[in-house]
Design a binder for this molecule. Structure first.
Ligand code: C5P
Length: 223
C-alpha cells in the first residue's frame, strides 16, 4: 500500500554533526541540526522499514520505533554505521561528518600557547558513505551534499567519486533552507536522472525522498 512502501527493508540513516575533541573542553564540529536525518528516520518507520538511526549530538527527540545509536566522533559513527550496514538494504548518509579530527587529543585543557596557528595537527576522517558504497554486498546508498555554489557539479562529482546510487543536494547560506531550518529544497541526482523536490518542511521532504528511493530501487531490481 502507499503507506508501507518500505515494508521488509532494513534502512540505516546517519544524522547530525560529529564532534572531534581537541581537549577536555574544546571540539571541532559543524552547524548540522540533525533535522533532515531525524525526519527521514521517522518517515521510514512510518513507511514500514526496520530503521537504525546513527546520530551525532543533537537536540531532537528520539524517533519512536527506530533503533537509535548515539555517537560523538566520526570514528564512532564510522564503526556504528559500517556494523549496521552489513545487513542493510538502504543507507542514507544525512550526517555532516567532520572532515578532520585532531591527531592527538590533549588530556588537559590546552593553554593559549598550545592552540596558536599550526599547533593543532589534524588528520583526515574516513569517508563513511564511500566505504558503505564499497561494501559487498552493498546497500542502496544515498548521500547528501550541502553546497554554497555550483550545486549540480559538486553533487554529480560526489555521486561518481563516492559511487553513490543517489545524492540529495541542497543550498546552504541562502535565505531559506539548509542548516537548522525547518524547511529545505533538494535537487536529487542519480546515474541517469534527476528530480527537484521543491521547498517544503523537512517532514514532507523526507517522505518524498524515501518514495523516490523506493521507486529507483525497484527500477534497478524489478520484482
Ligand atoms: O564530501 P562531502 O562531505 O560534501 O559529502 C557529503 C556526503 O558524504 C554526505 O552524505 C555525508 O554524510 C558523507 N560523508 C561521510 N563521511 C565523511 C564525509 C562525508 O559519510 N567523512
Amino acid at each position: 500500500s502507499a503507506g508501507s512502501y518500505l515494508a521488509g527493508l532494513k534502512l540505516v540513516v546517519s544524522a547530525g554533526p560529529t564532534r572531534e575533541p581537541l581537549d577536555p573542553v574544546r571540539f571541532i564540529s559543524n552547524r548540522s541540526s540533525g533535522k533532515m536525518g531525524y525526519a527521514l528516520a521517522r518517515a521510514a518507520v512510518a513507511a514500514g522499514a526496520d530503521v537504525t538511526l546513527v546520530s551525532g549530538p543533537v537536540h531532537l527527540p528520539v524517533p519512536a520505533g527506530a533503533e537509535v545509536i548515539k555517537v560523538e566522533t566520526a570514528l564512532q559513527m564510522h564503526a556504528a554505521v559500517l556494523n549496521a550496514c552489513r545487513s542493510a538494504d538502504v543507507y542514507i548518509g544525512a550526517a555532516a561528518v567532520a572532515d578532520y579530527r585532531a591527531k592527538q587529543v590533549a588530556e588537559h585543557k590546552l593553554k593559549k600557547g598550545e592552540t596558536g596557528a599550526g599547533m593543532i595537527q589534524l588528520e583526515k576522517n574516513p569517508d563513511i558513505v564511500a566505504e558503505v558504497a564499497a561494501l559487498h554486498p552493498k546497500p542502496w546508498v544515498v548521500g547528501f551534499a550541502a553546497e554554497t555554489d555550483d550545486l549540480e557539479n559538486y553533487a554529480l562529482g560526489k555521486l561518481r567519486s563516492k559511487n553513490l546510487d543517489m545524492i540529495a543536494a541542497n543550498w546552504v547560506g541562502r535565505a531559506e533552507g539548509g542548516f537548522d531550518s525547518e524547511r529545505n529544497a533538494l535537487q536529487v541526482f542519480w546515474r541517469d536522472g534527476r528530480k527537484t523536490l521543491e521547498m517544503a518542511d523537512k517532514t514532507s521532504l523526507a517522505v518524498q525522498l524515501l518514495q523516490l528511493i523506493a521507486e529507483r530501487m525497484h527500477e534497478k531490481n524489478p520484482i
